[in-house]
Design a protein around this ligand. Structure first.
Ligand SMILES: [Zn+2]
Length: 267
């Protein structure tokens, strides 16, 4: 870290309650409070509380990728109106970060503090939604952390081999107009960034694939816009930094790993 580094303000644990507040959905006190000015703006734009949420988690897309390659996010801007700088967890790895996002807890509290993927036994946002009778789906790439730490719930799990396959499945589910909540996890960028470096041609191409999928998902949601107030988010878990060997890595407290930006849209 150097003097020019600034860590983003809001920790990922605010995500759960911020989303729930957009739905006027009460959460137990264990959840870190949401960012109320964000949920208030979004509810105002929707004309009320969301009755549907679709949460797109493009893995490992760091804040500086947005700063340096802003135009790649045009398909995300198309359907969102609010960008919020967020700070990943320590360690800045997928299961730690996503557990915090869906429990509103710090890593010491939810218990996943490093790259392990036990089934979470503490309450998650998924459990709250299910207890309220909502229909929930997770659509994720094969071996996604979501399919490990959030398994064993009364929700529907779908998997596909890559981001495009996941996006196709999400489009199918959206077309049925049956789901209250769809969480989507793709990691084509993470894979390419690990292999070739976070700013490699292959990795930046994957940012586009994931952003363009977000655009198709938003358009599919818009088909039902007269019947629903939908919250749509683009919510990465952590970033990646370039290693001396030219590959990508994460897990550290480096600014490249820690700072991400979340986008929120209303349909
Ligand atoms: Zn990740």
């Amino acid at each position: 870290m150097n003097m020019a580094d600034h860590f983003n303000l809001y920790p990922l644990k605010v995500f759960a309650a911020t989303v729930a507040d957009c739905m006027d959905f009460p959460l137990p006190e264990s959840y870190c409070p949401g960012v109320s000015w964000v949920s208030n703006i979004l509810k105002e734009r929707m004309g009320g509380a969301a009755d549907r949420v679709v949460l797109y988690h493009a893995d490992a897309v760091g804040h500086y990728i947005w700063q340096k390659y802003t135009s790649l996010f045009a398909p995300v801007y198309q359907h969102t109106s609010l960008a919020l700088p967020m700070l990943s967890t320590v360690e800045s790895v997928t299961p730690v970060a996503h557990a915090s996002m869906y429990t509103g807890l710090d890593p010491e509290q939810h218990g996943i503090m490093t790259y392990t993927r036990p089934q979470l036994t503490c309450h998650t946002l998924f459990d709250e939604w299910i207890a309220a009778g909502m229909k929930v789906a997770i659509v994720a790439q094969a071996d996604s952390t979501f399919l490990h730490i959030f398994k064993g719930r009364e929700l529907e799990y779908y998997e596909a081999p890559n981001a495009l396959g996941v996006q196709e499945k999400a489009l199918e589910l959206i077309a049925t107009d049956k789901y209250d909540v769809i969480s989507i996890h793709t990691f084509d960028y993470d894979n390419a960034a690990h292999a070739f470096g976070p700013e490699s041609k292959q990795a930046l191409n994957a940012v586009s694939i994931e952003a363009e999928g977000f655009d198709r998902i938003a358009k599919a949601l818009a088909v039902h816009k007269d019947k629903h107030r939908t919250l749509l988010t683009y919510s990465p878990d952590h970033g990646q930094h370039l290693t001396a060997g030219g590959n990508g890595s994460h897990g550290s407290k480096m600014i490249e790993d820690m700072n991400v930006v979340h986008f929120f849209g209303t349909i």
